[in-house]
Structures are given as C-alpha cells and as structure tokens.
Design a protein around this ligand. Structure first.
Ligand SMILES: [Zn+2]
Length: 80
C-alpha cells in the first residue's frame, strides 16, 4: 500500500500527492473531484476515490474533515 494518495484537481487537473488518511478507503490510490490548494474554493464537491485498477470506491464517513486538515497543512507551506 502506498503511503500517499494522489489528488487530481477538478479545476486545473493538477495532481498532488498527499499523505494517506485513516479514513481513506484502503485500496484507494486516487481521489478526484476536489480542488487543489491553488484552486481551493473552500469546499469539497462530490469527491470520488479510485483504486489502482480505476474502480470507483465508496468514500468512508469522516474523510472530508481529514482531507481538510491535510490541505490546511499544504496551504501553510510558503509559496515562492
Ligand atoms: Zn487546481
């Protein structure tokens, strides 16, 4: 199992590797339908998890709050 999960921005298509959350589905390697920090609109709309074979995975309860905290960490990194 990878230590990161790849998030694909729904707005610009940017791919961002983020640390896995306990609430991520165990087989998930990819998360689509969310916005990257650069495009952050302050909300998460209809996120979709996918496994390595491209199969859709049902999100687990509580994952959104964990994702929010992970994004907060990213946003705290200084920008050039
Ligand atoms: Zn983006």
């Amino acid at each position: 199992m990878a230590d990161t999960i790849k998030i694909v921005c729904a707005n610009c298509g940017r791919e961002v590797d983020t640390p896995r959350c306990d609430t991520d589905p165990p087989n998930a390697v990819r998360l689509e339908g969310v916005w990257c920090p650069d495009c952050d609109n302050g909300g998460f709309d209809m996120p979709d998890f996918f496994d390595a074979d491209g199969n859709w995975l049902e999100p687990t309860a509580g994952f959104i709050s964990d994702r929010m905290s992970k994004y907060s960490l990213i946003n705290k990194e200084p920008k050039p």
